[in-house]
Write a protein that binds this ligand. Structure first.
Ligand code: PMP
Length: 307
């Protein structure tokens, strides 16, 4: 259950959590044309709180909206300020932030006409997304029977609400079959991403991730690529197959919610030594160090706020 906070920012105002309601004829509720973000804030090493890569997330929210043809009735600066304001009013020193842009009620055809564009920002505490053990021990993954979106079926660079029906199909299938997460292949059969995470593999110390074809351009992915390169690793963006994943030395998922989650098994095949690999361990450690303000080099990725 999501832990209630005091307020939700809704269309420019802070309203009580229980009052952030919509009509059942809300257009997005029927057809899925809305966009959202998932952002985290952390308590830093110095005890202050900071949002990780706030600007990149807000820019992606606006990019997603542009891709699906929605004009957000606020500026990037207004949404950025509203996120900080919501965290502060809720007294949340560390947690998850969910901005959502959706089409309100009015006409009910597929064409949304001039229905209002509405914006909500909710915040709540959220621990390890894939379970408490996942970050340390790694997870068991199954290749999904559902393919990831074809690039001309859904717009994969947009974090669109409706895109997640595909994720839900895959996630529920994987969990029902006793796995922690689903790996989805693209429509050509190459490894794409998970239901809410990008993927990396490591072979002979070279780090590989998928190119930005069928995947969401993850902000954690981009951050880890930079951190890994700064640590001296070679990082390549290249399509790879599921059998290349099977014989990788290491594999891990990454995302704002999932952070850096090692993969210990795929399709009942043990990956590497069946535990968090050395590279994943190092990147996970450095990722948590960076998000908590422990490395000056990445200071401009943090937006500090005071409770
Ligand atoms: N792919 C999908 C499908 C996702 O939902 C997410 C989570 N936003 C990611 C990748 C990772 O993106 P990010 O690192 O920006 O959270």
């Amino acid at each position: 259950m999501v832990q209630k906070a005091e307020k939700i920012w809704f269309d420019g105002e802070l309203v009580n959590w229980d009052d952030a309601q919509v009509h059942v004829l809300t257009h997005t509720l029927h057809y899925g044309a809305g966009v959202f973000e998932g952002i985290r804030s952390y308590v830093c090493v110095d005890g202050k709180s900071a949002v990780f890569r706030l600007k990149a997330h807000v820019v992606r929210l606006f990019d997603s909206a542009k891709i699906i043809g929605i004009k957000i009735p606020f500026t990037i600066e207004e949404i950025t300020d509203a996120i900080i304001e919501t965290l502060k009013v809720n007294g949340l020193k560390e947690g998850y932030i969910r901005p959502l842009v959706f089409i309100g009620d009015g006409v009910m055809g597929v064409h949304p006409g001039s229905n209002p564009i509405r914006v909500a920002i909710a915040t709540w505490p959220w621990g390890a997304y894939l379970g408490d053990d996942a970050l340390e021990k790694g997870i068991r993954v199954k290749t999904s029977s559902f393919s990831r979106h074809h690039v001309n079926v859904m717009m994969t660079k947009a974090k669109t609400c409706g895109n997640y029906v595909n994720s839900i199909l895959a996630k529920v299938e994987a969990v029902t079959d006793g796995y922690d997460e689903a790996l989805m292949l693209d429509t050509q059969g190459y490894v794409s991403e998970a239901t809410g995470e990008n993927i990396f593999i490591v072979k002979d110390s070279i780090i590989k991730t998928t190119p930005l074809t069928s995947v969401l351009p993850g902000i954690t992915r981009a951050s880890l690529m930079q951190v890994a390169r700064d640590l001296g690793y070679e990082v390549v963006e290249q399509l790879f197959t599921r059998d290349e994943l099977y014989i990788a030395d290491e594999a891990f998922f990454c995302g704002t919610a999932a952070e850096v989650t090692p993969i210990r098994e795929v399709d009942n095949r043990v990956i590497g030594e069946g535990k968090c690999g050395e590279v994943a361990k190092l990147l996970q450690k450095e990722y948590f160090n960076v998000v908590k303000g422990g490395n000056e080099k990445y200071a401009d990725w943090l937006n500090y706020y005071e409770i």
